[in-house]
Design a protein around this ligand. Structure first.
Ligand SMILES: Cc1cc2nc3c(=O)[nH]c(=O)nc-3n(C[C@H](O)[C@H](O)[C@H](O)COP(=O)(O)OP(=O)(O)OC[C@H]3O[C@@H](n4cnc5c(N)ncnc54)[C@H](O)[C@@H]3O)c2cc1C
Length: 415
């Protein structure tokens, strides 16, 4: 009898051959490509404290031919046409291997790729998907602006059509990874006379194009991973428009639901591996002597339990998204739980280090000074709760007085 990890998930094969996918034949393929994890393998979180692109590039380059990192993508574009069950099986086996922190590549892999599969043309998919899957090209997400964060539909950066091209002008801010990126997915206003959600269109913009100026901002964890981006007359071919003119909000919602669902799922995880292995954050605490204290031990176990529940929920939302559904409110719940778990782990580790935790290289320091941003990036905790309140609990919606007003009029006095 096969064990559950040996139960074939289904038929697969990048060459089209009907091969049963089992944990063992996934291991047989990955052993030639990746290193197995040991209890000493250290993990980083969301790129904090690191500007290293090479490990991620090497990992993605090694896994792209087998389609191991984005298994549900088409085999022609760096995936392997895997089903949700196969994807889960591959994800659980991948946890046995060294998977670097893929923060620099996360927008392409987790958000732009799925959006291009849902809304992109065949030419766009051919041009952009495989370089995302192989790590050859990095992407960023140009959504937020000084006046459009939680109220994202208020985006003002304008795109004006001029024959076969569009000319873009305005300012984005908090654009993570902009300084590493070849490409951005950019939400722009194409019709100021429509209500705010309706006059938006999504474009791909080349970050090296004339008229695109990237200015990195330093964060309190000392990273300079996000930037202001000033756009002045940058030219974008109409062939780089993603979705129809005026459909930008719909594309943005696809991207955001994948962002929330993806928070906490595969890539640069926190040490949980299939089976009963103790995550490294707990062995680190034990090594510090922090778990000799009953109250801290209790807190660590409570975080561990919440963390596992959060991981499985995030995985479910991500699988729903990969199987063509929208992760929707499940993604918001997953993001809230993942953020809470991350913060509790960081603060516990930092408290356990005592005064040394205040030092830059102190235990839990980098995670502690990164933690507040987790509640903001990808939509704030308050916004996730609004989504859950309205869409899951059926509570009355927020007053939205500008919903049906032409965007230009809602901005009177500001334009
Ligand atoms: C580390 C980091 C990385 C980021 N990366 C990117 C990126 O790559 N691309 C990108 O486009 N953006 C990015 N952002 C921007 C992020 O999405 C926004 O900061 C976020 O959506 C909040 O917008 P805001 O900063 O304008 O705050 P505001 O929208 O001005 O909110 C201020 C406060 O008011 C609260 N609030 C606002 N509206 C409501 C409401 N209706 N109900 C209840 N409370 C409300 C908020 O929760 C918040 O506490 C990043 C942010 C951070 C911190």
């Amino acid at each position: 009898m096969p064990t559950s990890s040996e139960t074939p998930a289904a038929t697969v094969g990048t060459d089209g051959a009907a091969t049963k996918l089992t944990a063992n034949n996934i291991r047989a393929a990955l052993d030639g490509l990746l290193e197995r994890r040991t209890d000493q393998t250290r993990l980083t979180s969301m790129g904090a404290g690191s500007d290293d692109l090479d490990d991620g590039r090497a990992y993605l380059a090694a896994t792209v031919d087998g389609g191991w990192h984005v298994p549900t993508w088409p085999a022609t574009h760096g995936g392997r046409d895997a089903s949700v069950a196969e994807n889960q099986l591959i994800g659980s086996v991948l946890r046995e291997y060294v998977v670097p922190d893929l923060y620099p590549f996360a927008i392409g892999l987790g958000m732009v790729g799925p959006a291009l599969l849902a809304h992109g043309t065949a030419e766009q998919q051919d041009r952009w998907l495989r370089p995302i899957a192989s790590g050859a090209e990095i992407w960023c997400q140009m959504f937020s602006e000084p006046e459009a964060g939680s109220d994202l539909a208020n985006v003002a950066l304008s795109a004006v059509q001029d024959g076969e091209v569009w000319r873009l002008g305005g300012q984005k801010t908090w654009t993570s990874r902009a300084m590493w990126s070849e490409w951005a997915i950019c939400l722009a206003r194409t019709d100021p006379d429509q209500p705010k959600h309706k006059g938006l269109t999504m474009f791909v913009i080349a970050m090296g194009a004339p008229g695109v100026d990237v200015r990195p901002l330093r964060q309190m964890n000392n990273d300079a991973h996000f930037s202001e981006v000033f756009v002045d007359g940058a030219v974008v071919p109409d062939a780089w428009r993603v979705g129809d003119v005026g459909e930008g909000w719909r594309v943005a919602m696809t991207i955001l639901s994948h962002e929330r669902a993806g928070a906490g799922s595969r890539g640069g995880g926190d040490g949980a591996k299939r089976g009963a292995r103790v995550p490294t954050w707990i062995t680190d605490l034990a090594a510090l002597g922090a778990l000799d204290d009953k109250v801290r031990r209790d807190e660590a176990m409570s975080i561990y339990a919440a963390d596992m529940a959060s991981r499985w929920t995030a995985q479910r939302a991500a699988d729903e998204a990969r199987s063509g559904g929208s992760p929707g409110p499940a993604g918001s719940g997953a993001k809230l739980r993942t953020v809470s778990s991350y913060k509790r782990r960081a603060y516990l580790a930092n408290r356990a280090a005592g005064a040394a935790g205040m030092l830059e290289n102190g235990h839990g320091h980098i995670e502690t000074v990164t933690a507040p941003s987790m509640s903001i990036r990808g939509g704030t905790d308050e916004i996730q709760r609004n989504i859950l309140g309205e869409r899951v609990l059926g509570l009355p919606g927020e007053p939205r007085l500008d919903r049906d007003v032409p965007w230009r009029d809602s901005r009177k006095g500001m334009l």
